[in-house]
Write a protein that binds this ligand. Structure first.
Ligand SMILES: Cc1cc2nc3c(=O)[nH]c(=O)nc-3n(C[C@H](O)[C@H](O)[C@H](O)COP(=O)(O)OP(=O)(O)OC[C@H]3O[C@@H](n4cnc5c(N)ncnc54)[C@H](O)[C@@H]3O)c2cc1C
Length: 441
């Protein structure tokens, strides 16, 4: 199959859907674009040879949104390529939708995804282990179990790490719940135990951080939940950024309208330290005591990316890459995708999935002696919950700009919902299912 044609037709679908949203008032449905990608690639599976007859080897580190997608698509599109995915957890827990666990609308178990389909259907070799070291020049990977793996290429997709917060010796006192898992359950319990009339403080770190609209949509969801469950409670939202980072119109409207008696939004307030015993945040705008604190710290690339010396962009936080192939600018045989990479694209699961496909395509072309597609395209779709039953959306296509060597938004494709609706909330569920099927099934 011609992967470039595939990417091109996906773009046409995405642009078409977006333009119809702008022009005709019907809403963009990113589910369609993802579904078309699954259909196209299903036919390719039958021509894929098994790992036993492999010529080239790729190791993927991290089986989240980026890593699972790149492993799957390397096998779907590859001809006799061996793909080994190393992931430390036996199952992946989706961050996407995990704020709904805080309001009791979803369980963590419902967000759990396994690696069986990658192994059985796509022939990916999955190793559950911790990668403790990579050698970017020898292209080798060392696992906690002591095993050493060799490859022709490494793809790193280890997500993010958090900066330490001075004074926060026990992170569970002020959970981030920004990696779905035990902290999500813990924060849900702390919220349930919060007294009526209590204070919930939430912090938003300086950008770039994982999921730009995520903290604002969580604040909206929790404000809606507080209104129903904790009379007279307040949510103080401390944003280290000078203003709402994204989807400002909808969030500002919700903060100042629906939630004017619940949310107090303070921009330009950074956390300097905490007194965890006293449940106090020391900030650039003074001290604040709260009953429950959801502290989302400043973020950087996965530890392994930093340890390998690849996180040299954004003040040493994220890994610069060539977005034609996602090859590290410091180590050409190591590719970095997803939240660990420094690109102009948002740190989001949908984008990690898109970057993974561009990366898989580029690796296969390079291993076959060719060059990456010189004009890659990605798209970003994002639903934001504004209440527990309503959502808004933001959608757009990004295209490689040879002048800046970066992915740039296609202006005509950028669209956002005016306001929020129950219909959008339902579509969000469909989008989620399609994205997860495209990534893990
Ligand atoms: C509350 C919340 C809501 C969100 N909502 C959305 C949304 O609506 N839409 C959207 O598009 N995005 C959303 N996101 C963002 C999305 O979850 C991330 O952008 C996405 O998961 C990034 O993918 P990734 O592959 O880079 O990292 P991850 O998905 O985090 O995967 C990283 C994987 O690497 C593994 N790993 C790390 N280090 C090692 C190692 N040394 N050895 C082995 N394995 C390792 C980890 O265990 C993990 O499984 C949300 C995030 C949050 C927190």
């Amino acid at each position: 199959m011609d992967r470039r044609i595939f990417l091109g037709s996906a773009l046409a679908g995405a642009v078409g859907a977006t333009l119809s949203a702008c022009g005709g008032g019907s809403e963009a449905d990113p589910t369609l674009e993802l579904a078309s990608s699954s259909r196209r690639t299903t036919t390719t599976t039958t021509t894929t040879t098994t790992a036993a007859s492999a010529k080239s080897r790729v190791i993927v580190i991290g089986g989240g949104m980026g890593g699972a997608t790149v492993a799957k698509y390397l096998r779907l599109w590859g001809d006799a390529i061996s793909v080994t995915l190393v992931e430390r957890m036996p199952t992946y827990t989706s961050n996407i939708m995990s704020s709904l666990v805080l309001t009791g609308q979803r369980t963590l178990a419902s967000l759990s995804l396994g690696y069986e389909a990658l192994q059985r259907r796509h022939g990916v070799r999955v190793i559950i282990d911790d990668v403790v070291e990579i050698d970017p020049v020898a292209v080798t990977v060392k696992l906690a179990s002591g095993t050493r793996l060799e490859a022709d290429r490494i793809v790193m997709a280890p997500g993010i790490e958090f900066d330490a917060v001075p004074g926060l010796t026990d992170p569970d006192r002020m959970p981030h719940a920004w990696k779905a898992g035990p902290q999500t359950t813990l924060l849900a319990r702390q919220l349930a135990a919060m007294p009526a009339g209590g204070v919930l403080a939430m912090t938003i770190p300086k950008a770039p951080y994982r999921c730009p609209p995520g903290p604002y949509e969580r604040a909206c969801l929790l404000a809606d939940w507080l209104k129903a469950n904790k009379p007279r409670a307040k949510l103080i939202l401390l944003d280290a950024n000078p203003d709402i980072v994204t989807e400002k119109e909808n969030f500002a409207k919700a903060f100042g309208g629906l939630y004017r008696d619940v949310i107090e939004y303070r921009a330009g307030v950074a956390i300097t330290s905490v007194d965890a015993a006293q449940m106090t945040l020391n900030t650039s705008g003074g001290a604040l005591r709260a009953d429950v604190v959801n502290l989302i710290p400043v973020q950087r690339a996965g530890a392994l990316v930093t340890a390998a010396g690849l996180a040299t962009a954004t003040g040493g936080r994220f890994a610069p890459v060539d977005v034609l192939s996602y090859a590290s600018t410091a180590a050409p045989k190591v590719h970095v995708i997803g939240d660990s990479a420094a690109t102009t694209q948002p740190k989001a699961g949908h984008i990690a999935n898109q970057e993974a496909k561009v990366c898989a395509d580029a690796i296969l072309r390079i291993l076959a002696g060719g060059q990456p597609d010189p004009a890659p395209v990605t798209n970003s779709a994002c639903y934001s919950t504004i209440t527990r039953t309503q959502a808004g959306w933001l959608n757009g296509v990004l295209q490689y700009d040879p002048a800046t060597k970066a992915m740039a938004p296609v202006p005509a494709s950028m669209a956002a919902s005016t306001g929020w609706s129950e219909k959008n909330f339902k579509q969000m569920g469909k989008w989620y299912e399609a994205l997860m099927a495209d990534t893990f099934a």
